[in-house]
Design a protein around this ligand. Structure first.
Ligand code: AMP
Ligand code: GLY
Length: 426
């Protein structure tokens, strides 16, 4: 098979690394990719948003299978475009990607199909939103309806903060069109878990669960980011909880989407809060998480590629995936300043030394080669240093030992990824 992966982050590096290892893969391309992905795939300089360019390239190379990594091209309909052009592509259609593309759509689906989630109201009118926020009081959560690069959610500790967030979104200032409508919802308290399932429109195959650290700094402090680290499995996930989540969230959502005429094919990422009243949905995503994908794929024993193809072909019920029992833990190394402004082009050395431990893999998230071959940082999150271990503590130790061999004065990382799970192990 000739395969094209679309995207350029740590998630796409992990996807390329896993797909390149498949005996079914004869040729692998990544658009646009990065310097690390270039070791596993031939990178082509076509952006993930350039649908005409991607379709033309897939035709020219007779690509058999396209795997779309990030949410933006999925929500904008890249899989539909590929399918219309006769090219098999993995991921939800535009209609099914509304689960992530419109928080209002997702919340209404939960209400209609009895999927537990925070109480909410949708608003397009500022005055009505303000009245509701004042009635409900704080803490309260304000969310832009559409995609906002992970910045559309305000967990407001005060009514004033919530009012300001509603005004910023609905005025169009903060998120443009994505904020033209908002969801205002109940604040949920508890531990967050991310659950992943591979779906073929009718059936769902549960993948491993993971937990990530969204805050930029140690102790889960500081601004929210795309994710500073993750681990899998999560000790908070018991067998009983896993069974409840599969039934109430994954199976119900797949059945609901089928009933709505928007069958969901792809990776369903269910973000949950484990509250005192049981698990409740925080949000859906329609793709692998980043960095959750890196930890999941390091733990995957089976060949990923035939599973993705089976999901596309609607024959997942005959499929099973096997996992290593080991723990995987990933630490994001980011450019100093991230998630605020940061400098691009700082040099990174020592990746080979970091990978000398055979249980460590350094996935690249934002790197490029300079003209002289030096490895340069080209993004906020730059490396995803991922290790397998016998426990969360062991995986954490290996990940940080690897990081200490990386020579990158322009970067930083959190030093406490996995702390909650390690406290449970003790
Ligand atoms: P998102 O940007 O959609 O991934 O959401 C960012 C984060 O906001 C989530 O990971 C949660 O930590 C938090 N969050 C979202 N909704 C709620 C809620 N209803 N209650 C408490 N925290 C929330
Ligand atoms: N790490 C969270 C996400 O990918 O959305």
């Amino acid at each position: 098979m000739k395969v094209l992966v679309v995207g350029s982050g740590g998630r796409e590096h992990a996807l390329c690394w896993a797909i390149a290892a498949s005996p079914l893969c004869d040729a692998l391309y990544c658009a646009p990719g990065n310097a690390g992905i270039a070791a596993d795939a031939e990178c082509v300089t076509i952006g993930a948003e350039d649908f005409d360019g991607l379709v033309a390239f897939a035709r020219e190379k007779s690509i058999d299978f396209v795997v779309v990594g990030p949410e933006a091209p999925l929500v904008a309909g890249l899989v539909d475009r590929m399918t219309e052009s006769g090219i098999k592509a993995f991921g939800p259609t535009e209609a099914a990607a509304a689960l992530e593309g419109s928080k209002g759509f997702a919340k209404d689906l939960c209400a209609k199909y009895d999927i537990p989630t925070a109480a909410y109201r949708r608003f397009a009118e500022l005055e009505a939103a303000k009245t509701y926020i004042r009635e409900q009081g704080a803490p309260i959560v304000v969310k832009a309806d559409g995609l906002a690069a992970g910045k559309g959610v305000t967990v407001a500790r005060s009514v004033d903060e919530a009012l300001a967030a509603a005004e910023d979104a609905l005025s169009g200032r903060a998120f443009g069109e994505s904020g033209a409508e908002i969801v205002v919802e109940e604040f949920l308290e508890g531990e967050e878990i991310s659950v992943f399932a591979l779906c073929d429109g009718k059936a769902a195959l549960m993948l491993a669960a993971a937990q990530d650290h969204k805050a930029a700094f140690d102790g889960d402090k500081g601004p929210n980011t795309g994710g500073m680290g993750a681990y899998s499995p999560c000790p908070a996930m018991t067998d009983a909880l896993a069974a409840e989540i599969e039934e109430k969230f994954v199976r119900r959502t797949v059945a609901a989407m089928k009933a709505e005429g928007r069958p969901f094919i792809g990776i369903l990422f269910v973000g949950l809060m484990i509250t005192a009243a049981g698990p409740k949905l925080i949000e859906y995503n329609v793709r692998f998480g980043d960095p959750e994908c890196q930890v999941l794929l390091l733990r995957l024993r089976s060949d990923l590629l035939p599973a993705l193809v089976a999901a596309c072909d609607g024959i997942l019920d005959s499929f099973d995936l096997r996992w290593y029992d080991e723990v995987a833990l990933s630490v994001a190394m980011a450019s100093k300043g991230y998630p605020g402004p940061y400098q691009n082009g700082t040099e990174i050395r020592g990746i080979e030394a970091a990978e000398a431990d055979g249980r460590v893999k350094v996935f690249h998230a934002g790197t490029a080669r300079g003209a002289d071959g030096r490895l340069l940082a080209t993004g906020g999150r730059v490396l995803s240093v991922t290790a397998l271990g016998d426990s969360v503590a062991d995986a954490q130790r290996r990940a940080y030992a690897a990081i200490d061999k990386i020579d990158w004065p322009g970067g930083f990382c959190r030093r406490d990824i996995g702390w909650r799970a390690i406290a449970r192990e003790k």
